[in-house]
Ligand binder design. Structure first.
Ligand code: FE2
Length: 413
């Protein structure tokens, strides 16, 4: 049996007594009742885009990541495209709403936020975790007061019928799904009619051809981490809730003082390799927005949450360690992708001496999500460098400020 409290703690951010008490209490109980063993890796992640956006987004993802287009599941009011690297890393489910007038629960999560509302169907939904016994896991989680969509809800929402999904978290607005799958079986999503759409296949193949031509196809690796932004006061509860829903453990938190923010990391207790089950990172401001006028501290994280709502901020892909055409692979990948017209928020930061290099792309116009690239050098096993995180947080905040100004200029007249 795995002991979820036996992992070394990293970081310098102080947590409250409440957090430290319930971290132990919740993980001990999770291990004891068997949930840690019963819940395995992240098998898929899910997101929704607005009408007309999914093909462009798939073209972008297939160029910027190792993902391949597999198949499309068509239901009454959605297309759900399945993207896959292989069975050793999670699938991405890209859902497109067919009709702009459809109103559902995921859309309403966007509508009260000034920038989030501009792309009302565009949002990351959450992760699907692999379980060996769906019924048992759901029963245990029901007893721990987690709420699930009913079978009827799932059918109406046009979500895979073989996945049990929680209601959106009050802290992250994300959902967690459980899918029963023995380790040696392929992933199957019970939803609609399955076919390979020629127009999606075409952009997918073009992207892979381009990756080959650019010599980046072997450099891009699976998802390293998923970073969610939450309101400052929800930092600890968002993590404790996620730990209760998964078999992840608390890796540690770093205070990014320079940006009045912290980075809080949870990782799979089953798999050390992020490629198998990505780390889940929670970022929160250190102080709430209404003390800004007193403290005069930068608050890019709190501003993001106020503008978009709590949600996923970026998907980080790992870049293979090494050198291509005299550039470190990450510099080579960024240069190649930039030449195809994709923007990045800043230059590549970090260095070989520090152990890793990182960069943020601009937010995708199709999904609003930022792509991060991260290259770790040699045997560096640290998760990030504090100076890098401060610089990335600052750059994303500047970009978002521009979007926010853009939004204001639209609403003021
Ligand atoms: Fe990140």
């Amino acid at each position: 049996m795995i002991s979820s409290l036996n992992f070394p703690r990293h970081g310098d951010k102080q947590n409250s007594d409440f957090f430290e008490h319930y971290l132990v209490a919740l993980l001990e109980e999770r291990d004891r009742v068997g949930l840690t063993d019963m819940i395995s890796e992240i098998d898929a992640i899910m997101l929704t885009v607005d009408p007309g956006q999914s093909i462009n987004y798939i073209a972008e993802l297939c160029l910027m990541s190792p993902y391949n287009y597999l198949v499309t599941l068509e239901s009454e009011s959605h297309w759900t495209h399945i993207l896959r690297v292989d069975m050793d890393s999670p699938d991405i489910l890209v859902r497109e709403v067919k009709d702009a007038n459809i109103h559902g629960i995921f859309r309403s999560l966007n509508e009260v936020y000034p920038i989030g509302a501009q792309k009302p169907n565009c949002r990351y939904m959450g992760e699907i975790l692999r379980v060996e016994n769906l019924h048992e896991v759901v029963e245990l989680q029901n007893a721990r007061e987690f709420r699930f969509f009913t079978q009827n809800d799932t059918r109406k929402l046009e979500l895979p019928g073989n996945v049990a999904m929680t209601k959106p978290s009050p802290y992250t607005h994300n959902i967690v799904g459980y899918m029963e799958r023995p380790e040696d079986q392929l992933r199957i999503y019970a939803l609609g009619m399955s076919s390979i759409l020629p127009e999606v296949q075409e952009v997918y193949l073009a992207a892979k051809e381009l990756q080959k031509k650019l010599e980046i196809i072997d450099l891009l690796q699976p998802i390293d981490h998923l970073a969610t932004r939450v309101y400052s006061q929800n930092r600890e509860v968002a993590m404790l809730e996620y730990l209760s829903l998964t078999s992840y453990y608390y890796w540690g938190s770093y205070d990014i003082k320079d940006q009045n923010s912290s980075t809080n990391v949870t990782k799979s207790a089953h798999f050390e390799e992020e490629s198998k089950s990505p780390a889940k990172v929670f970022t929160a401001n250190n102080t709430p927005y209404f003390v800004n006028h007193l403290e005069k501290l930068p608050s890019p994280t709190e501003n993001f949450v106020r503008n978009y709502g709590p949600r996923l901020h970026h998907i980080a892909f790992s870049v293979r360690d090494g050198i291509t055409h005299e550039l470190t692979n990450i510099d080579y990948v960024v240069k190649s992708i930039q030449e195809q017209g994709k923007d990045f928020l800043l230059g590549v930061i970090g260095s070989q001496e520090e152990g890793l290099k990182q960069i943020f792309s601009s937010a995708s116009e199709h999904s609003s999500l930022i792509i991060e690239y991260v290259q770790r050098f040699g045997d560096f096993d640290g998760f990030f460098a504090k100076d890098n995180v401060a610089e990335l947080t600052r750059a994303a905040g500047v970009d978002e400020e521009l979007l926010s100004l853009h939004e204001q200029s639209h609403t003021q007249h």
